[in-house]
Design a protein around this ligand. Structure first.
Ligand SMILES: Nc1ncnc2c1ncn2[C@@H]1O[C@H](COP(=O)(O)OP(=O)(O)OP(=O)(O)O)[C@@H](O)[C@H]1O
Ligand SMILES: [Mg+2]
Length: 236
């Protein structure tokens, strides 16, 4: 079943035509990845899905409903949650307060508490640091907090924008294994990555973006094995 269908969207920043007819499909239960060089339009695609930008033309259908142009807050309520590039945790708030903010549209107190416990068991380091100011966390811990905060809205689909950026190799591995686990426990994933090698290794399907267009798409394993992708994105 197709959960999210981005259909031929065109997105502008003023006069800059950032997305030139992008189409992406995500089926329920999948991990789908968008890869491509700097400035290709990966973040713009995620920001448009999550309602921060409005496409000039084209549709975004989530579980049968056209959500293009729907306010971001309503999109979170529908079950789409984004972890932005660069994490953006609230530095002057504690870990706990950041996580509570992730649930601010919910009123089901008991379930919120359950989800908080789940976040702490998935990310034990956040549990240990629940009272610490978020700005004093390490880069990897801030990434975990940003992911935990997004999970606090109980998303049906999680949009991740470069979760491995700036992290040491060991931590990159850890983050990717957590993403896989989040997926296996029932959350669909749309993953933007510069680390094409790691992204293709956990994804079902992949799209390659170049200057606002999709130039290649298909099964992630097949793309990882293709000459073209190996040369351009996997260092040979
Ligand atoms: N706020 C903005 N105002 C004007 N142009 C923007 C803005 N944000 C992005 N762009 C432009 O839109 C294009 C796509 O940018 P986007 O951030 O989506 O790329 P990206 O694939 O996420 O790149 P990166 O890998 O560097 O994060 C780029 O040409 C960029 O300069
Ligand atoms: Mg980006």
């Amino acid at each position: 079943m197709v959960m999210l269908k981005v259909d031929n969207i065109n997105v502008y920043y003023g006069a800059i035509h950032a997305l030139k007819g992008i189409s992406v499909e995500v089926k329920q239960g999948e991990i789908v990845t968008l890869i491509g060089a700097n400035g290709a339009g990966k973040s713009t695609t995620l920001r448009t899905i999550s309602g921060l930008l409005k496409p000039k033309t084209g549709q975004i259908v989530f579980e049968g409903q056209n959500i293009a142009g729907v306010p971001a807050q309503n999109i979170v309520k529908l079950g789409i949650s984004q972890v932005p590039e660069g994490r953006r945790v609230f530095a002057h708030m504690s870990v706990l307060e950041n996580l509570e903010l992730g649930a601010y549209l919910r009123s089901d107190t008991k379930e919120i508490k359950e989800d908080m416990d789940k976040v702490f068991s998935r990310f034990p380091r956040l549990g240990e640091r629940r009272s610490q100011l978020s700005g004093t966390l390490s880069g990897g811990e801030q990434q975990m907090l940003a992911m935990g905060r997004a999970l606090m809205s109980r998303p049906r689909i999680l949009l991740l924008d470069e979760p491995s950026m700036g992290l040491a190799p060991l931590l990159v591995k850890e983050i990717f294994s957590i993403i896989k686990d989040i997926n296996q426990t029932g959350t669909t994933i749309l993953l933007v990555e510069q680390n094409a090698h790691m992204a293709l290794s956990i994804a079902n399907k992949a799209y390659v973006l170049e200057t606002g267009r999709i130039i290649l798409s298909g099964d992630a394993k097949e793309l990882a094995a293709s000459e073209e992708i190996r040369k351009a994105y996997l260092g040979g």
